[in-house]
Design a protein. Structure first.
Length: 368
């Protein structure tokens, strides 16, 4: 007994004809009859108004080549991606694999892109990133203002990225992006307990001002820029402060800072950093040492004061000796001196004086 079957395919449809699960061809518009005594015929009617053909046997359909006259057929390799515009509007980004897009009722434009370049650049990038499927194939990378990005794929350097928005393809290798702050930065190197050459333990706080000059070198040479610079500043502080005595250290902190800047700056250049300045912010002494130094300073100042007083006394005595010698040699100076004394006494007391031929001291008779 023969069983007759039929299928109607409308003008906007296509019939996918299978017999015994083997694809036989595409059925066009119309009514189609077939003899199927064993029930092995299957016709899948699909609409062409939906541009995307989704089917369980899509690989068979693509391989047969039967759809090429009615659709855009894509078979993307592992490193290929496709950008699809439908009716002049961007639709989606296609990942590797097989895809069929009906083209009878829609204007389809396809752009094949090589994803091995890692970064994806396109004049319509903002529109593409807004599509629903872009997040499945593209990573959005944003480098903020004042920063620089360093991009690597599978451990190999790719490119340095200026501030802005970028897109990178997924599943093209191990992609890693480092963000580095390119602005001037201040690093606090605090709480460093160091012993001086004369066995005094100090606590030193320093400040390092630096800027990353070569972002690629900074990433390749050290794991963390700030930690590397902090470590170098620590070692330099111990080397420079540890070779000086406490008095020399306190007397000229600027010389210590200059030596530190030279040591740290030379080392920092090896991993892409320029040290702009390095200064000692605080030198903190132990309590007993602070008291002792205050006493030393007090004794030193007292000695200096005594020395100045002795110098003044010596100077005064020398001046008096010179005056006495002049008065001895020139008697009229003695008379002038007597008159000055008389003037000062007369200003504060009543004085009766009888003057003769000789000095005032010899003729003074009444002083009230």
């Amino acid at each position: 007994m023969f069983i007759i079957g039929q299928t109607k395919v409308r003008s906007y449809e296509k019939g996918l004809y299978f017999r015994d699960r083997e694809f036989q061809g595409v059925l066009g518009t119309g009514r189609h009859w077939f003899v199927d005594p064993l029930g092995k015929v299957r016709v899948d009617v699909v609409s062409q108004r939906d541009p995307w053909l989704a089917h369980a046997d899509l690989d068979v359909l693509v391989k047969s080549g039967a759809l090429k006259d009615d659709a855009v057929v894509l078979d993307l390799k592992d490193y290929e991606r496709a950008l699809v515009w439908i009716d002049g509007r961007f639709c989606r980004v296609l990942d590797t694999g097989q895809h069929v897009i009906w083209s009878k009722f829609h204007t389809v434009a396809v752009e094949i892109v090589d994803a091995r370049a890692v970064l994806f650049d396109h004049k319509d990038l903002n529109v593409i990133l807004k599509s629903a499927d872009s997040a499945k194939t593209l990573n959005v990378i944003t480098v903020e203002e004042g920063y620089e990005g360093v991009l690597f794929r599978d451990g190999a350097f790719v490119k340095t990225l200026a501030p802005g928005q970028y897109a990178a393809w997924m599943r093209v290798g191990k992609v890693k992006l480092y963000h580095l702050d390119m602005r001037e930065t201040v690093l606090d190197v605090g709480g460093q307990e160091i012993m001086t050459a004369d066995k005094v333990t100090l606590r030193v706080n320093a400040l390092v001002t630096y800027r990353v000059m070569d972002s690629r070198k900074s990433v390749e040479k050290v794991n963390d820029v700030s930690q590397a610079l902090y470590r170098e500043a620590q070692l330099a502080l111990r080397a420079v402060v540890g070779t000086r005595e406490i008095d020399a250290l306190l007397a000229d902190k600027n010389a210590v800072a200059a030596e530190l800047e030279k040591i740290v700056g030379h080392r920092a250049e090896e991993f892409g950093i320029r040290v702009i300045g390095l200064g000692i912010r605080d030198i903190i002494l132990p309590g007993e040492m602070k008291t002792l130094l205050n006493k030393v300073i007090e004794a030193r100042k007292a000695a200096e004061a005594n020395l100045i007083a002795r110098r003044e006394e010596t100077s005064a005595m020398r001046s008096q000796m010179n005056t006495a010698r002049l008065m001895q040699e020139i008697p009229s100076l003695m008379r002038l001196r007597e008159l000055e004394v008389l003037e000062r006494v007369a200003g504060t007391s009543q004085l009766k004086v009888i003057l003769g031929e000789k000095g005032l001291a010899e003729r003074l008779t009444t002083l009230i």
